[in-house]
Design a protein around this ligand. Structure first.
Ligand SMILES: [Zn+2]
Length: 482
């Protein structure tokens, strides 16, 4: 494995802001980690698999960057106060905190099921530290003329005063003026596109309110992310992710607020994940095609299978979720499991390959190279399955020796830090067991049957079973072993 001769280019990603593929140049990779902000769940109901598609894309991105040697500091916010959480708590007649708690717990449970790596921080919007930060930012925006309090007592961002507004979504403000129906309370605003930074309290908000210089009320959704991002990652961050739904108005508004306050470029790379469709249609409760993680598990699939199904399509391509696709995920993982089991047996065998065909080949870096190319997971998985086919063929023909099998297992270990797709029950053969098996094979060659039997018992005591096959000794987990 000639890593030295492998020229590594920086990973390249499609930046929604420029609409171009750009090389990743973190602000200061030597001195600090990549700062990554990912918009998290709004905890008013259980997140659906479309939400998790975006979280899995972010997981893939973080893990790939880490495989490439970058340190990543990732923040994912929890939106626990906005219109839907307040409405939900009101309908359930419970305090907001109590209402959102259950969905927060469900989110973490589902993320765990899908093997999504935990973010470094999960700030909640209702944390007083962030509420303080939000009111502080709103104050600055008002003082700069970028925000105003309207007759309805709410505070709005004045988009006409921020010339870059619309640059992320790539549309111009005149489009906003022609949007049909105008709600009654929209008349209080100067411009139809002005968005709320602070929403004045009204009866529907019940107990949900905070004091502010503009009277009691609550923050708007957009300012929550600007404030939490700035509080935890600083004025300027490297990567900001979300689903395509977040581009407008949410992320557009985040740029306006953050840059309005600091005067500095807020985000270097904006990455957005495409929609998830179910049977070619938009997922909707009314269509009966709305699924959560437990819905999928209830059909007999595993979290690992769902992870694979949500991971395998390039993040900028809409993913069509089907049950047939889940069955394919099951089959694909079965092939990986079988391949790993064969490699482990082969690596534990002491026989040499008949030829060196399996050995001559060094394990390449194509997998990582594919992911460097805007996270081209389809090409990366294509390469994995091609490698499985080739190495299986080599093992069929007894052209794979233990060292080569080990090299492939090491390769798998490396790429699996990104994929995280290994079966829970798969246990690597401990070195001690491998060593005993080799000693036993030597004893057999010397026709020292007594010693061979002793070694078999020692192996058995460690929970493994050694079988002598025509291809040599094979190790399997012993019956009844933990
Ligand atoms: Zn956000």
């Amino acid at each position: 494995m000639n890593r030295r001769y492998h020229i590594v280019m920086p990973p390249r990603f499609f930046n929604t802001y420029s609409r171009e593929i750009e090389e990743l140049e973190p602000r200061d990779p030597a001195a600090r980690p990549i700062r990554m902000y990912t918009c998290g769940p709004t905890v008013y109901s259980r997140a659906h698999i479309g939400n998790f598609r975006a979280y899995i894309f972010e997981d893939l991105l973080q893990r790939h960057l880490e495989l490439r040697g970058y340190k990543v500091h990732r923040v994912m916010n929890i939106t626990d106060v906005e219109d839907k959480t307040i409405r939900g708590a009101g309908e359930a007649d419970v305090p907001l905190q109590k209402f959102t708690e259950q969905f927060k717990a469900a989110f973490f449970e589902d993320a765990h099921t899908l093997r999504i790596k935990r973010a470094d921080e999960y700030p909640a919007a209702t944390d007083h530290r962030y509420i303080d930060r939000m009111t502080e930012m709103i104050g600055v925006l008002i003082s700069k003329g970028l925000a105003y309090q309207a007759d309805d007592k709410s505070v709005y961002f004045r988009i006409n005063k921020f010339p870059d507004y619309g640059k992320l979504a790539h549309f111009d403000l005149t489009q906003l003026q022609s949007t049909g129906r105008v709600k009654h309370d929209e008349y209080d605003k100067e411009h139809i596109g002005d968005f709320a930074l602070w929403k004045a309290w009204d009866e529907a908000d019940g107990e949900v309110k905070w004091d502010s210089p503009w009277g009691q009320g609550r923050p708007g959704w957009h300012i929550e992310c600007s404030a939490m991002s700035m509080a935890l990652l600083g004025d300027q961050i490297d990567i900001h992710c979300g689903g395509v739904d977040n581009i407008f108005p949410h992320h557009e508004a985040e740029i306006a607020q953050s840059e309005g306050v600091t005067g500095k470029k807020f985000v270097r790379y904006w990455l957005h994940c495409a929609h998830l469709l179910v049977d070619g249609q938009k997922m909707a409760k009314s269509l009966g095609n709305f699924y959560t993680v437990p819905d999928v598990l209830a059909r007999g699939y595993t979290g690992r299978e769902l992870r694979y199904a949500l991971l395998r399509v390039h993040y900028r391509v809409p993913l069509n979720f089907t049950w047939e696709g889940m069955n394919e995920a099951h089959e694909s993982l079965g092939r990986i499991d079988e391949w790993l089991a064969r490699l482990r047996e082969c690596s534990a065998s002491v026989r040499l390959a008949r030829s060196h065909a399996g050995q001559a080949r060094s394990v390449p870096y194509t997998f990582e190279d594919a992911l460097d190319d805007d996270l081209n997971i389809s090409a990366a998985l294509g390469f994995l399955f091609e490698s499985i086919r080739e190495t299986n063929r080599a093992m069929d023909q007894n052209e794979m020796d233990a060292a080569s099998a080990n090299a492939w297992l090491e390769w798998w270990k490396r790429i699996n830090t990104v994929l995280d797709l290994e079966a829970e029950t798969d246990v690597a053969i401990p070195d001690q067991v491998t060593l005993l098996a080799q000693q036993r094979e030597n004893a057999r060659r010397e026709k020292n049957w007594k010693r061979s039997d002793e070694l078999r018992e020692q192996i058995s005591a460690l929970g493994w079973e050694v079988r002598d096959t025509k291809d040599g000794p094979k190790l399997t987990r012993g019956a009844g072993s933990a």
